[in-house]
Design a protein around this ligand. Structure first.
Ligand code: ZN
Length: 303
């Protein structure tokens, strides 16, 4: 079964923290073991917000792409999902662009960005994070950026964005909103998760929601199990999300994960848990990877 993951922070571990590729959670070997065909590798440039060096960090992470040990698609995707581990590039923390459309083009030309998480946990030139409360929508540069992202075929990723910004994206972007790594806030009330109305809006617009494996987003006491991941997927299915739900592991960016779901090698354990819950193979194929793949292909065709 083709498996695709919408978010990990492996490039940050390698390029910024200096961790050896083989010591990261996401490795080619574990992708092979788990059957992962497509891993989204984020250029995570938000750690210190605009106070840090987000542009230079982004460049450093891009330079580290060859160290991943898997081919990364920087042009069009192949016609069919890859059978061998491969990657695509996203951005997490739009401060990497320094408020400049030229920077957007620079990164896009080199890496073919597929999605941009408009903020991380700090306010930037684009908007405001969920971490600082629901008020305050997108800034003028954020609105200009969405227009350009629509033209280039880069999906707006609302994970980390606050509520006012979320609704601005829904209103302003032609491309559907995605949440690459967020869970259900009505099951676990943390600002990084989506309220039911937000999840519904993503479903209605044909976007994508990647379920995050961070235990503290899955269960209030942080003692999450595989069943909690299933619970969040169930809840999204109840909203009619069978064509938009997928995986957004957040591997290499999280310190706690459900027991038995510690790395890409464990994706099959999650699929088995869903099978035990009664999920059929056709739906599993969508959740495991086809929903993300199909959206990426649709966006590429339009760009
Ligand atoms: Zn994140």
């Amino acid at each position: 079964m083709f498996i695709a993951d919408a978010h990990c922070d492996t490039l940050y571990e390698i390029a910024i923290k200096g961790i050896r590729p083989e010591d990261c959670v996401v490795t080619r070997a574990r992708m092979v073991t788990g059957g992962v065909g497509l891993q989204t590798f984020a250029l995570f440039a938000g750690r210190q917000g605009t106070q840090g060096t987000p542009y230079a960090d982004g460049v450093a992470m891009l330079d580290a792409v060859p160290e991943l040990g898997v081919p990364v698609f920087t042009g069009d995707l192949p016609d069919t999902p890859p059978q061998e581990p491969a990657g695509i590039i996203s951005c997490e923390g739009g401060e990497m662009l320094q408020g400049s459309i030229d920077r957007l083009h620079e990164f896009h030309d080199k890496a073919r960005l597929r999605m941009i998480a408009l903020t991380w946990n700090y306010e930037n030139e684009i908007g405001h994070p969920a971490a600082s409360g629901p008020e305050g929508g997108l800034k003028p540069f954020g609105i200009e950026l969405l227009r350009e992202m629509d033209a280039l075929g880069i999906l707006p990723d609302v994970s980390h964005l606050n509520e006012a910004g979320f609704w601005d994206v829904c209103e302003r972007a032609a491309l559907p909103p995605i949440a690459s790594h967020s869970d259900c806030r009505w099951l676990c009330d943390v600002p990084r998760n989506l309220w039911k109305a937000q999840a519904k809006a993503i479903v209605e617009r044909g976007g994508f929601i990647g379920v995050n494996f961070y235990s503290n987003f899955l269960k209030s006491d942080g003692a999450a199990t595989l069943d909690d991941v299933v619970r969040h997927i169930d809840a999204l299915c109840e909203l009619g999300g069978e064509d938009v739900i997928g995986l957004g592991s957040d591997f290499d960016g999280i310190e706690r994960w459900p027991e038995g779901l510690a790395s890409p090698a464990d994706f099959p354990a999650l699929l088995d848990a869903l099978r035990r819950r009664g999920y059929g193979e056709a739906l599993l194929e969508k959740l495991a990877g086809l929903n993300l793949w199909n959206l990426l292909k649709r966006v590429e065709a339009k760009a």
